[in-house]
Design a protein around this ligand. Structure first.
Ligand code: HEM
Length: 639
């Protein structure tokens, strides 16, 4: 194997400043090969590095090897001294403080380039290559990432092996003490196979357990660089790879597709500035206003804890008990009882970011935004009778439709549309844009198409990709930022936390489907199932031993928008409190707007859905409470 291009070899810089001679006070690198330095002729740092970087260290002759190693270690010490000396102090420290009222502006971290790459190496033996070791890490590159192809496997023409690569001679019979005797503990082939099988299931997602995924791309179709510097919108025509997972919320992993439920519409953009996840639903609003209520709404809709019924259905007492005590859920319930809750296919389903987010441009100016995905095929639903029959005849109806459409070349396509508005505009509206139970009506802010999403490749393996993908609302990139929507703030905590246990530890970002296409370089190491083999002895920042790397990005990095919405807070209001703003208290205006937007047949469907659900509720008082709730939307509907 040939060495990679090494800056130390091609450098024309005079290494003299780092050269201090054999007698200088240097840290000993130890080891039997470190001969007294005075015994060797003094040579320049570059010369010694050149010897060391040659193949000498892998010589069969121990004497040659020791000499080369001693020389090389010597050069490493000098190069390290030079590198560390190049960063004499932490010059960026003052920029961390708000001095004389100036807001801190994080600068890029201080860095220095090693004159000899051994200075930042974990070991000088890294150049002893082998079929397993391969070449040493290329400067600044994390090869653990990259296109998924290096993770794909195909067994054509290959014999069966164990997980250690040992050929399996007999895959039919376990090892026994005699043909009619007991099985031997020694049978590592049987034990490995059964042990793997025993652990093949991981916990399903606590919500959205049932899902189907596809690869594709997002293409920017309109220049919105005045609004955002986010990488997917950098240029009209730019394509960003994506992975999308559609899901139901309540049902377990094996439940039917066509149940009445909200659907997840989660998009992972693998941008060149890191992953951006837009983790949305097919309805533009949500049941609750505060994350404190999320476990409650999920407990209420999931199968009742005493007998685990019903599966993937909201038609039971606990759900309607909770909902009828939560007037803020009225708007979402209207959508949930509508045809929107039984989409015809994932291809004909809208998606919404739900929360108000922020777009941020190069100048750091922020604009409030709502995200919409609009299917090019139009939005279509099933009729309830169809949905019920299909659930029995083909529980995988949506998964199959998505798979077959992509396999057949009918690639699902959606437009990305945005509504953008300023904080000043939002302040004038009767509803609060931080309230996730409210839409921004299109009459107030029309939709603007800015891109398209095309799903053009099915996954190779459901478990490796669709099951192990980890979406998270806090995955944002420069150019996208959060607002104070309390539900969004709660979600930002929840996803990483749940994935730590679902995917078995803090390194699930290294599972191939979750790895960004942008390079990962930080000092987070260790933990279960670590894949990356980091080079060097430095795992902290600031440092000088690794030339300051990886250094903080400063202005190029993600920076949170300075909050303006705080300005709305009355000066008399305590700064720490539990509660909701007054505008959050209007639970019915938009529920009525939704009802008004429905055609007569759609209204009939909603009434029918309420009837079906409530006839499954056994407690009369809960039914009555729901009817009282519906009266706030429409008397005729409640009648
Ligand atoms: C405080 C409110 C919420 C909390 C605490 C919460 C929490 C969770 C959790 C724990 C998961 C499972 C994640 C996993 O195991 O990978 C999940 C999945 C999901 N959530 Fe939420 N969620 C909340 C609200 C919402 C809202 C408002 C939306 C829609 C805008 C949403 C959309 C999704 C989607 C689409 C998934 C499935 C992602 C996938 O396909 O893997 N959630 N949520």
């Amino acid at each position: 194997m040939t060495d990679r291009k090494d800056p130390a070899k091609s450098s024309s810089k005079d290494p003299a400043p780092a050269e201090k001679g054999a007698g200088s006070a240097k840290q000993s690198m130890g080891g039997p090969s470190a001969k007294p330095r005075a015994a060797r002729p003094k040579r320049s740092l570059l010369e010694r590095a050149a010897t060391a970087l040659g193949s000498g260290t892998s010589s069969d002759d121990a004497g040659v090897r020791n000499l080369a190693a001693a020389d090389r270690l010597d050069a490493k010490v000098d190069a390290t001294e030079a590198l560390v000396a190049a960063i004499p102090e932490n010059v960026n420290k003052p920029a961390e403080y708000a001095l004389r009222g100036k807001v801190p502006q994080p600068p890029q971290g201080a860095t220095a380039k090693p004159e000899n790459l051994d200075a930042t190496a974990s070991t000088i033996t890294e150049s002893n290559e082998s079929e397993k070791n391969g070449a040493k890490a290329a400067p600044g590159e994390n090869l653990n990432q990259g296109p998924l192809q290096k993770h794909r496997a195909d067994s054509l023409g290959r014999a069966l092996t164990t997980n250690q690569g040992v050929p399996v001679g007999d895959n039919q019979n376990s090892l026994r003490a005699g043909l009619r005797g007991p099985t031997l503990l020694e049978d590592f082939i049987l034990r490995e196979k059964i042990t793997h099988f025993d652990h093949e299931r991981i916990p399903e997602r606590v919500v959205h357990a049932r899902g189907s995924g596809a690869h594709g791309y997002f293409e920017c179709t309109e220049d919105i660089t005045a609004l955002t510097k986010a990488a997917p919108f950098a240029k009209v025509g730019k394509r960003t790879p994506v992975f999308v997972r559609f899901s139901t919320v309540a049902g377990e992993r094996g439940s039917a597709d066509t149940v009445r439920d909200t659907r997840g519409f989660a998009v992972k953009f693998y941008t060149d500035e890191g992953n951006w996840d837009l983790v949305g639903n097919n309805m533009p609003i949500f049941f609750i206003q505060d994350p404190m209520k999320f476990p409650d709404v999920v407990h209420a809709v999931k199968p009742e804890p005493h007998h685990q019924m019903p599966q993937a259905s909201s038609a039971h007492d606990t759900f309607w008990d909770f909902i009828s005590l939560m007037p803020e859920s009225t708007h979402h319930i209207m959508w949930q009882m509508s045809d929107r809750a039984i989409p015809r296919s994932f291809r004909t389903m809208q998606g919404f970011g739900v929360h108000t987010f922020r777009l941020v441009n190069e100048a750091g100016q922020a604009t409030l935004v709502k995200f919409h995905w609009t299917p090019v095929l139009g939005t279509h639903s099933l009729d309830w009778d169809e949905a019920v029959k299909i659930a029995g005849a083909d529980p995988d109806f949506h998964r199959r439709d998505l798979w077959e459409a992509i396999e057949g070349g009918a690639f699902p396509e959606y437009l990305l549309q945005i509504q953008t508005f300023t904080e000043e505009e939002a302040e004038k509206w009767s509803f609060d844009v931080l309230d996730p139970t409210k839409i921004v009506p299109e009459e107030l802010v029309p939709l603007r198409t800015v891109g398209r999403l095309v799903l053009n490749r099915n996954p190779d393996n459901f478990f490796a990709e669709t099951e192990q993908v980890a979406f998270c609302t806090q995955h944002v990139v420069p150019g996208i930022d959060f607002t104070n929507d309390p539900l969004l703030q709660g979600r930002n905590f929840s996803y990483l936390d749940t994935q730590l246990s679902r995917l078995g530890g803090p390194n699930f970002h290294e599972i191939p489907i979750n790895t960004p296409v942008a390079q990962i370089h930080n000092n987070q190491r260790d933990g279960f199932h670590r894949q990356t083999i980091n080079r060097g002895r430095v795992n902290y920042e600031p440092n000088s031993l690794a030339g300051g790397c990886p250094f903080q990005a400063g202005a190029r990095g993600f920076a949170s928008v300075a909050e303006r919405l705080l300005a709305q807070q009355a000066s008399t209001e305590p700064t720490k409190l539990r509660g909701k703003p007054e505008k959050f208290a209007d639970h019915y205006t938009q529920a009525r707007l939704f009802w008004a937007s429905q055609t007569p047949i759609e209204r009939e469907h909603i009434a029918r859905a309420f009837r079906f659900e409530l006839t499954r509720v056994q407690t009369q008082a809960i039914r009555e409470r729901v009817v009282r709730m519906i009266r706030n939307v429409d008397e005729a509907l409640a009648a």
